[in-house]
Design a protein around this ligand. Structure first.
Ligand SMILES: NC(=O)c1ccc[n+]([C@@H]2O[C@H](COP(=O)([O-])OP(=O)(O)OC[C@H]3O[C@@H](n4cnc5c(N)ncnc54)[C@H](O)[C@@H]3O)[C@@H](O)[C@H]2O)c1
Length: 366
């Protein structure tokens, strides 16, 4: 894809937090979009971190306040640990910067509301980083579901199954760690896109099975509403035999698969005889049954797929999100993923923790 879009200069970026995400996702991807973005500065409290930049000549600020006071910067990427997101986003907006904020986009809806208010009063763009909304397998799943090919969607299961231990800050509640705030934002985002506009009733369960910290490393969530598919989300750390990521059931067929391949099949009920309910015993004492003619199809992505549960995300969705953000900041295009949209996702996560009486992390606006 060509990134040459207009003669506008690249957006000048500062990154807060230069770890797996700040360096490995954001700086690494922005280096591939030199006509759209230029990373000018970073802040990370860990000595030496800032020196690992994939691009030369990047300033390392001594504090977050110095970063957001840098007059050369237009956009601050908040890629610090979770507990800093909402307050750093608000401070950067108040300093007159556009902000892209990593997931989770705050811990509570109150966090998100305060961020939205800060963006509104500063007149700046506040962009949630929900890059997996652009993942090719998800885009295809949503397209098939919305096409009507599978009929009315009845059940959705999204499974991120893995087997393994973690012992970093993402396992600690004091950092806002735990899988709900870590990978939950991705699953819940996909789920609500497929669920539709209804307010879901929520059931959830958490376990800390293998991680060394005190936060959950596994969750199950069930979302239901009248006239919406029932959606089951499963993120497991003890699935030695993992299931497929996607399993969709509809009244005319189904879909299953992973990021690297999807299969679906459907039946054309209009070509079948009508079957009015019949209260008489079946003449041959048999069960109802009929031969179905399935239409089958499959899909594989044109670009590199994410390798599965817990793997580093593929780069194309990140590029796509940043390309859309550039159009918003430079050309005034509407945001594709808005803070209000993501507020709904945060509401589900907040409701899950409250339902299980898990204290919300430090730094939360209640
Ligand atoms: N969107 C995604 O797919 C994705 C993937 C990975 C991580 N993330 C998110 O990125 C954020 C960072 O996670 P990570 O995996 O890069 O962690 P990490 O530990 O690799 O990096 C975090 C960095 O932030 C620094 N830091 C600590 N306190 C800070 C502060 N107050 N201000 C600025 N920097 C600070 C640390 O020194 C560290 O270098 C998390 O919120 C995580 O959820 C998102």
């Amino acid at each position: 894809m060509s990134t040459r879009m207009s003669s506008h200069s690249p957006i000048r970026v500062g990154i807060s937090g230069f770890g797996r995400s700040g360096c490995g996702i954001h700086a690494a991807t922005l280096a591939l979009l030199p006509e759209l973005y230029s990373v000018k500065a970073v802040f990370d409290p860990l000595p030496g971190r800032s020196a690992d930049s994939p691009q030369p000549g990047i300033a390392a600020h001594a504090s977050f306040d110095d970063l957001i006071a840098d007059p050369d910067l237009e956009l601050i990427v908040v890629a610090s640990p979770n507990k800093w997101h909402a307050r750093q986003a608000r401070a950067a907006l108040a300093a007159g910067k556009h902000v892209l904020c990593e997931k989770p986009f705050g811990f509570t809806t109150a966090d998100v509301d305060a961020m939205i208010a800060a963006a509104r009063s500063a007149g700046r763009i506040l962009q949630p980083f929900q890059q997996r909304r652009y993942e090719p397998d998800f885009v295809k799943v949503r397209e098939i579901c919305q096409s009507g090919l599978l009929g009315k969607i009845t059940h959705v299961r999204i499974a991120w199954h893995g087997f393994g231990r973690r012992w970093d800050w993402q396992t600690l509640r004091s950092f806002g760690g735990g899988q709900l705030y870590n990978n939950g934002p991705h699953l819940i985002d996909h789920a609500l896109e497929l669920f539709g506009p209804a307010d879901p009733e929520i059931w959830c369960d958490f376990k800390n099975s293998l991680s060394s910290g005190d936060a959950e490393d596994e969750f199950k969530i069930l979302l239901r509403a009248d006239h919406a598919p029932t959606i089951q989300l499963e993120l497991l750390a003890t699935a030695a035999y993992g299931d497929e990521r996607w399993r969709i059931c509809g009244t005319a067929g189904g879909l299953r698969g992973n990021a690297d391949r999807l299969d679906w099949k459907s039946v054309d009920w209009s070509a079948m005889p009508a079957r009015p309910a019949d209260d008489r015993p079946t003449p041959d004492r048999g069960y109802n049954g009929e031969k179905l003619t399935w239409r089958e199809d499959s899909w594989t992505p044109a670009v590199q797929a994410d390798a599965g549960a817990g793997a580093a995300p593929a780069q194309q969705p990140v590029r796509d999100l940043y390309t859309d953000l550039w159009k918003t900041i430079r050309e005034g295009a509407p945001q594709v993923i808005t803070p209000h949209d993501v507020r709904r996702r945060i509401a589900v996560m907040e409701a899950c923790y409250r339902q299980r009486c898990i204290p919300l992390p430090e730094g939360t606006l209640q």
